[in-house]
Design a protein around this ligand. Structure first.
Ligand code: PLP
Length: 385
């Protein structure tokens, strides 16, 4: 720091980021304010946000109850470490146990950390080293979860991995049945492939995976980091199939943007003292933000599938894939063009997988906002494709 005076200004902040932030991200806009489903850029232009910070801001941007909970907690205790009981942790863990139907909660700071915890737990309790994941699945970027993330471009440069993972075709239970062997610790699966562009398996797939894991006595880890916390109209997407995992991982929508992840495991499947941990995990602010978020999401849940159907009906010409408020449309190699033109017209969408527009709107989005946003998306697609 040169002078101690503030170096933050909207105008130069993005060029400083381009200079000093290691160039992992491709971005074009600086957002400085958000309320509900609307965000504003540094020039004051508003956008309907159909990405929600990648399925994070489910309660909308800066929901007053979340803001109040964080403010209140910040005035009392920001951090104390896990050497002490942390305010809100017990209450949050109880809520997550009720939501998942499971028993033991490990709190983390992100989705990838929640998956690291799941993989470590499966490794240490089963004594086995091998995992099965699925083609086009995404589980995170740290080395354990990356080992189970399919996309060769982001995984292979960082090998070798000590987590041994085999990838099978998503949606094919027969191949899974044959692939599991005595060395398999667990199967890790997303109920809907999110990063791949909202790929929904046939009804019954997750149930078959559950049955095969039971039959072969291997653990089932369901990664609900993107699909969970109400995104598909149930707390967990696996509820649509009546499946209870052995381990479920959560993050994204759990705390409205305050970093938090969670790994929840069944009765009798837990870490022993000292086996895992983290300085910031489940801090007071994260717990306060999550507890406030859960109450809001509970009220929003009954309307999520109806809103998803509004998207489906209005986008029917483009054959959308819809599960609650996870929506994917295949548009091919003009995806970025469509994304950028939607942005210019005040709607934020995202490209995921190969040529898919992905919509993950806040669960608070209104019918009017849906109508306006879809009108623009349709015009842009019709103009370009
Ligand atoms: N798992 C799934 C299904 C995800 O969609 C993501 C992120 O997109 C992750 C794991 C990783 O979460 P995070 O980016 O918080 O580490």
């Amino acid at each position: 720091m040169s002078s101690g005076k503030s170096v933050m200004s909207d105008d130069n902040s993005s060029s400083l980021a381009d200079t000093y932030i290691t160039p992992t991200y491709d971005r074009s806009l600086m957002l400085v304010k958000g309320r509900g489903s609307t965000v504003w850029d540094a020039q004051g232009k508003s956008y309907i946000d159909l990405l929600s910070g990648v399925a994070v801001c489910s309660t909308g941007h800066c929901h007053p109850a979340v803001v109040a909970a964080i403010r209140k907690q910040a005035g009392e205790l920001i951090h104390c470490s896990n050497h002490f009981y942390v305010p809100g942790q017990g209450e949050l863990a109880q809520q997550l146990a009720l939501i998942t139907g499971l028993s033991h909660v490990f709190l983390a700071n992100s989705g990838t950390e929640a998956n690291e915890a799941a993989l470590k737990l499966a490794r240490v309790r089963t004594g086995k080293k091998q995992f099965i994941a699925f083609e086009n699945g995404f589980h995170g970027r740290t080395k354990g979860s990356l080992a189970c993330t399919y996309k060769p471009q982001i995984r292979e440069p960082f090998g070798p991995f000590t987590t041994e993972c085999t990838f099978l075709p998503y949606g094919n239970a027969e191949i899974l049945q044959q692939a599991i062997n005595d060395e398999t610790a667990a199967v890790i699966v997303e109920p809907v492939l999110g990063e791949a562009g909202v790929i929904i398996p046939q009804d019954g797939f997750l149930r078959q995976v559950r049955e095969i894991c039971d039959e072969k006595q291997v653990l089932l880890i369901v990664d609900e980091i993107q699909t969970g916390m109400g995104r598909t109209g149930r707390w967990l997407a696996c509820e649509h199939e009546g499946v209870t995992p052995d381990i479920v991982t959560l993050a994204k929508g759990i705390a409205s943007g305050f970093p938090l992840g969670a790994m929840v495991s069944k009765e009798g499947l837990a870490f022993a003292p000292g086996e895992h941990g983290g300085t910031y995990n489940g801090g007071p602010l994260a717990c306060a933000a999550a507890l406030a978020s859960l109450m809001i999401i509970e009220d929003l849940l009954p309307d999520v599938e109806r809103k998803g159907e509004l998207f489906r009906r209005a986008l029917i010409d483009y054959h959308p894939r819809v599960k609650g408020l996870m929506i994917g449309i295949t548009v091919g190699d003009r995806c970025r063009d469509i994304r950028d033109r939607c942005r210019d017209r005040g709607v934020l969408v995202n490209c995921a997988g190969n040529g898919n527009i992905r919509l993950l709107p806040p669960l608070v989005i209104t019918d009017d906002e849906i109508t306006t946003a879809i009108g623009i998306i349709r015009e842009v697609i019709d103009d370009i494709v």
